[in-house]
Design a protein around this ligand. Structure first.
Ligand code: TYD
Ligand code: MG
Length: 450
């Protein structure tokens, strides 16, 4: 059977199809299929080589081949460090600090061992990267071990690496490199796919750990085929609010180490600084006693973080009241509002509810449910929660407070930080609310606080 001359690739799920259709047969998204012409020229990916090895010898090679990144918070997320032949994708919004982190990694790797790094600066010019290197270097480093490659051509990168092998390859960014074999521009789905294929093949065949930088769109999706996330070994996501200095490095996927582990950094004028003990770093300054504020401890990986949820409830003229949430999914807010309306008889149907998590953190831990509910009640009744109190609990649809995971770890951290969990014996929200606030459910006139 003759090979097809083109395929159709879905930009949403990354699946390939022989024919075009308006709706992707796999993910059901509309207008996501685009044509990719297949080239007959043989690429490195098409070479069929067969390598046989025993599990024990393969294990021996792996044990020898991990390279600690020398940055504690990064190693925490990576697990063993950079693995030989591993392909890493560092994703994040533009301006969040990806290039800063990788420049610091370059400096750390080259100053500690005999490593050599090839840093492909396809987005910036070499002078810009060099300026950042000078700005961030702290200890004596070895500039001769860093090779800045100013090109956006993948074939040129691979040709250079054939003659100048490096211990680690960094490509900043995958959206700005392109392969000669395609006529499309850099950043198109076909180019991202083709360029990553060539770089992944290079990493696997030479054993060079390779880090690809990937931009994400405003909605948090990686700009490019979803397929890229499946192709690489590790996906790291750098998150944070650009108006705050805290940055979270999340391990979204990790074939070599733990998933769901998080590294914490602070962006400063001298680069990213590791945050080992976050303590009360995630709290706003004047929040101690304000109505509408509740604190909780959420797990980020294996580390509990003290965070504050702020709520503001205001009477609305709208037929459908507003539910606005930052750092919390809106469906979660809607669900908590429904529980409060049903079980605590709060008249939230005539109130707009705004909630926000301080310092731009995004919460996914269900243990934050109770603090979210209490922050809303606190703002609605215009009464504060006890000072230094913590709410820990997941809420059920019946208004019951459910036990949460890692309770011991959270209690230990609460004690360290001088916070007292609310009465753990009360397992019902209505009862807890009655104990904490005045028994009247009639709202006081909300003030523009919290
Ligand atoms: P950058 O790493 O270029 O972001 P990305 O590669 O994700 O697009 O850094 C972006 C921001 O970080 C930029 O606004 C400048 C700031 N920054 C600092 O605050 N301190 C520093 O030491 C450096 C290098 C950058
Ligand atoms: Mg950058």
């Amino acid at each position: 059977m003759s090979k097809p001359s083109s395929i159709f690739l879905c930009s949403s799920c990354g699946n390939e199809f022989p024919k075009w259709s308006g709706q992707c047969p796999a993910c059901k998204n509309w207008n996501t299929l685009s044509e990719i012409k297949l080239q007959n020229t043989s690429s490195p990916t098409s070479t069929t080589s067969l390598k046989s090895t025993t599990p024990s010898s393969a294990l021996k090679t792996t044990a020898k081949s991990t390279l600690p990144s020398q940055i504690g918070e990064l190693d925490r997320v990576l697990g063993p460090g950079l693995t030989q032949g591993g392909v890493y994708l560092l994703a994040g919004e533009p301006g969040i600090g990806k290039s800063t982190l990788l420049t610091q990694l370059t400096l750390a790797l080259t100053s500690a061992t005999q490593n050599t790094i090839t840093y492909v600066c396809s987005e910036e010019n070499a002078a810009q990267v060099a300026t950042r290197i000078n700005r961030l270097q702290k200890t004596s480093h070895h500039p001769d071990r860093i090779s800045l490659l100013e090109t956006s051509n993948v074939e040129a990168i691979l040709k250079h690496l054939n003659t100048h092998p490096s211990t680690t390859l960094i490509v900043d960014s995958i959206q700005s490199v392109a392969s000669d074999t395609l006529s499309t521009t850099a950043g198109s789905i076909s180019q991202i796919r083709s360029a990553s294929n060539l770089l992944i093949h290079f990493a696997k065949s030479t054993g060079t750990p390779t880090i690809l930088v990937g931009h994400v769109t405003k909605s948090g999706q990686l700009a490019g085929p979803k397929l890229l996330e499946h192709m690489v070994d590790v996906v790291l996501q750098l998150e944070g609010d650009r108006h705050h200095d805290l940055r979270l490095l999340r391990g979204v996927k990790n074939r070599f180490g733990p998933t769901d582990e998080t590294g914490l950094f602070q962006m400063t004028s001298s680069g990213l600084i590791e945050v080992k003990n976050p303590g009360s770093l995630f709290l706003s300054d004047q929040s101690a006693t304000a109505p509408g504020s509740a604190k909780t401890l959420v797990m980020e990986g294996t580390r509990p973080l003290l965070v504050e949820i702020q709520a503001l409830t205001v009477p609305t003229e709208l037929a459908i009241p507003r539910r606005v949430a930052q750092g919390i999914p809106v469906p979660k807010l809607q669900l908590i509002c429904a529980v409060l309306t049903k079980h605590l008889n709060l008249k939230l149907n005539s109130y707009d509810v705004f909630v926000n998590v301080t310092v731009g953190l995004r919460l996914t831990d269900p243990a934050a449910d109770l603090s979210l509910a209490l922050a809303i009640i606190s703002s609605y009744k215009n009464l504060s929660l006890p000072i230094n109190s913590l709410a820990l609990g997941e809420l059920g649809l019946l208004g019951e407070i459910r036990p949460i995971a890692y309770l011991d770890k959270r209690l230990k951290e609460a004690k360290n930080l001088g916070y007292q969990p609310l009465d753990p014996k009360i397992n019902n929200l209505k009862k807890l609310s009655a104990t904490l606030f005045s028994s009247s459910t009639k709202p006081q006139k909300p003030q523009a606080s919290a």
